[in-house]
Design a protein around this ligand. Structure first.
Ligand SMILES: [Zn+2]
Length: 309
């Protein structure tokens, strides 16, 4: 009998190592990674399906959108509870379904080959503070542009993607080549303890999150207390997960020598590059400009907020 990746054959327990792979796949895709990039990554890591075959975009898509991920099954047009232990949070699962079952995305054979280095809200419009997204028009260079309707933003900032990315790459690599910064980054990550301790902490925080909802449902706390509590727990989870992601990337990075870092960057795939940028840069804001024309990027137009000072 075949089993589902992530669970034992009897479906009454998860297999930790596989559950972890599933969560990694979910995070990668929700962070803007492509199915194709994920397939390559799994292959490099020697991670195969239950039957020992290589993962394919379609098998990943099917696995991640299966309601068993949240311990449920499809019954008619409803999802009903089962005894299968969940692997993903309901919110994560919902976002994955929206992403992977999006008909717009299916048009591109279920894959998004263009991974914007500064996607996911990393770049913000200096006019309104909202995220800028990569946009391309046939025959013109790709730009990062304010995602807001023109009536809601005074400036609708737009900047040539290549110029902005070059500035970001230069600054990120300079930071990673600095022994002082690397020391600070390593210190901040070591506060977390081992990988297992980090995972335990996230599990504990998730349990606290659930408990807050239950206390509210049982009338033990009021809505405001629950909201304040869940906001704090969520922030703690995000901070812990960030440190865990930082450590994963750090393990892979060469010693802080500019030459080695640049070489590492050149060999890294798009997904890896994005990971690195997103652990170093909290966000950046591109200010409007009155200058017209195509003179390079004025470095004073970009304000950086770094994740570790
Ligand atoms: Zn704007």
């Amino acid at each position: 009998m075949s089993r589902a990746y992530g669970w034992t054959e009897t479906n009454d327990a998860t297999i930790d190592e596989e559950a972890e792979v599933i969560r990694m796949m979910a995070t990668t895709l929700l962070d803007g990674g492509s199915l194709r990039g994920l397939v390559d990554h799994l292959e490099t890591e020697g991670i195969s399906t239950v039957s020992g075959k290589a993962w394919k975009p379609i098998t990943i898509k099917r696995a991640l959108t299966n309601p068993r991920m949240i311990g449920k099954k499809q019954s008619g047009d409803k999802l009903v509870a089962t005894t299968i232990p969940p692997i993903l949070q309901p919110r994560t699962y919902k976002r994955l379904c929206e992403l992977l079952l999006d008909p717009e995305r299916a048009k591109y054979t279920g894959d998004r080959t263009q991974v914007a280095l500064l996607g996911g809200g990393l770049a913000r419009c200096g006019g309104c503070g909202r995220p800028m997204y990569a946009a391309s028009t046939v025959g013109r260079p790709t730009v990062y542009a304010c995602s807001t309707r023109s009536s809601d933003c005074p400036s609708i900032v737009s900047v040539q993607a290549e110029l902005l990315e070059a500035d970001v790459i230069e600054r990120v690599l300079a930071r990673l080549s600095s022994p002082k910064y690397r020391k600070a980054l390593t210190k901040s990550i070591n506060e977390l303890g081992s990988r297992e301790e980090g995972e335990n902490l996230v599990a504990e925080l998730n349990a606290r999150f659930t408990a807050l909802g239950e206390d509210f449902a049982d009338g033990l706390i009021d809505r405001e207390t629950m909201r304040a509590g869940t906001t704090r727990v969520r922030a703690n989870i995000a901070a812990t997960e960030l440190k865990m992601a930082q450590r994963e990337v750090l393990i892979d990075l060469p010693e802080p020598s500019a030459e080695d870092i640049v070489k590492w960057w050149e060999d890294a795939d798009k997904r890896r590059r994005r990971d690195v940028v997103s652990i170093v840069v909290d966000h950046l804001t591109v200010k409007p400009t009155d200058r017209r024309g195509r003179d390079g990027l004025d470095p004073h137009r970009v304000d950086y907020v770094w994740k570790t000072q």
